[in-house]
Write a protein that binds this ligand. Structure first.
Ligand SMILES: Cc1cc2nc3c(=O)[nH]c(=O)nc-3n(C[C@H](O)[C@H](O)[C@H](O)COP(=O)(O)O)c2cc1C
Length: 423
């Protein structure tokens, strides 16, 4: 691998794309300004990125910017080195994915017609021949996007197995998809494990809130990042996923059905009605539901001007995790528990006790008193405890890696004899 200081970020978020080579083809749309961000987001998941630019793209951003972003030389034209074959020609070290982002109307139609007159279209043509997956991310004015010939060409490409991401129709434009969505689709395309294919998964995530008065709430510092990472991981492994989401700040990926809730009671109702409506194979209760609620909430805002102090009497909220097996005893239940500054032995004892009470199949416990663990952080350290009190420790790692380990353990217990299916 070529050394370049920009490659310091390789794999800092996860190793999901470790060893993968992605060719990022850039065409002449203003959305090319998003390309450094796209390249670096892919690199943070471990991918090596190679940029290829059409002449029109080079009038929008300079190749030096992409060389800086990727840490690799940029291909701006074909030379005697036959760069298109070197990158995606059928050979052992060929790229794993060609991503055309942004894709102009011009380039989409040229690829659909087999025209091959820029470095980008040559790479795309070669990708068809070498069976390299191709993802196209269109960006243009809406008036260009509705052109009937372009629509026909997109249909043609989809029929040939090309995947399209976006566009987002906003302000009269067919805007390039969000970086996050592009990266998620790339990860799904390149993740070979499809061991959740055909399985229905329900995830709860984020904090819930309990009202003191119409404007004030009791809650906790959960961000929803752990639950959202589980959603991403389950989707990438082929599951059909529903997320019952409290007031978390992490944004859920595309492709998940999201049911938004505020209070613990709303989360409870949403989970119970989903479990009654559909046969979920797996429930991951990662939400940090508020455990306490005022016995009586004020119906009007409590003014500090009129009331100098008041006492608040609290009662426990409904326990969502305890309801799951009562509604569907067959679902595999992964419960979560957060503890604060406990010795490891007590942490595991308390988790095992909670697992028994909820009749869960697995419980994930973390000590949110530790640096980098739990609420709001991008990392976590967990212990998984099963019904035989067997413990699996996952040391501090990005939440997406933790999500992967949790689903590995869950699927191992759900389908002990299953083979991992590759795409
Ligand atoms: C500033 C600027 C922005 C452009 N933005 C777009 C765009 O978003 N989408 C598009 O299809 N064409 C856009 N075009 C037109 C394309 O650059 C033009 O069709 C060009 O021939 C595309 O060549 P390429 O597909 O080889 O990159 C834009 C042109 C300019 C000058």
């Amino acid at each position: 691998m070529q050394f370049h200081p920009s490659k310091d970020i390789l794999g800092t978020k996860s190793e999901l794309l470790k060893g993968k080579r992605i060719v990022l083809c850039i065409t002449g749309s203003v959305a090319a300004v998003q390309c450094p961000e796209i390249a670096r987001a892919l690199m943070r998941h471990g991918a090596e990125v190679f940029a290829v630019m059409s002449p029109a793209a080079q009038k929008i951003i300079h190749p030096h910017l992409m060389e800086w972003a990727t840490g690799n030389a940029v291909i701006t034209e074909l030379t005697g080195k036959i760069e298109h074959i070197a990158l995606v020609g059928a050979r052992e070290k060929k790229a794993d994915l060609v991503l055309v982002a942004p894709a102009t109307a011009n380039t989409i139609s040229k690829i659909a017609c087999g025209i091959d007159d820029t470095a980008v279209t040559s790479v795309a043509s070669t990708a068809f021949g070498s069976k390299t997956p191709l993802i196209i991310v269109p960006a243009m004015h809406e008036s260009m996007y509705v052109h009937p010939i372009l629509i026909e060409n997109i249909k043609r490409l989809k029929a040939l197995g090309v995947e399209f991401v976006g566009p987002r129709i906003e302000e009269g434009k067919a805007k390039i998809a969000e970086t996050r969505e592009i990266v998620d689709v790339a990860i799904r395309k390149l993740t070979v494990k499809r061991d959740f294919s055909g399985l229905k998964v329900l995830v709860t995530a984020g904090p819930t809130v309990e009202h003191i008065d119409p404007v004030r709430v009791i809650s906790n510092k959960s961000s929803g990042k752990m639950g959202v990472a589980i959603v991403e991981e389950a989707l990438s492994r082929g599951a059909e996923v529903t997320l019952v989401y409290g007031l978390g700040t992490a944004s859920p990926p595309c492709g998940v059905k999201v049911l938004r809730v505020e209070t613990t009671e709303e989360m409870y109702e949403a989970v119970v009605s989903e479990l009654k409506a559909r046969k979920y194979d797996l429930v991951v209760a990662a939400a940090a539901a508020a455990d306490w609620m005022p016995v009586k909430a004020f119906s009007r805002k409590v003014s500090t001007h009129r009331i100098r102090s008041f006492s608040l009497k609290l009662k426990p909220t409904l326990k969502i995790v305890d309801a799951v097996k009562k509604v569907n005893p067959k679902t595999f239940l992964v419960a979560f528990r957060a503890e604060y500054n406990l010795p490891e032995k007590e942490l595991i004892e308390s988790a095992y006790d909670r697992l028994k009470r909820a009749e869960a199949d697995l419980i994930v416990v973390n000590d949110v008193g530790k640096e980098g663990v739990g609420f709001g952080t991008d990392t976590n350290e967990v212990f998984m405890v099963d019904t035989d009190k067997k413990v699996v420790h996952v040391p501090l790692a990005p939440k997406r890696e933790i999500a992967k380990k949790i689903l590995d353990v869950a699927i191992g217990k759900m389908k002990p004899n299953s083979l991992i299916v590759s795409e």
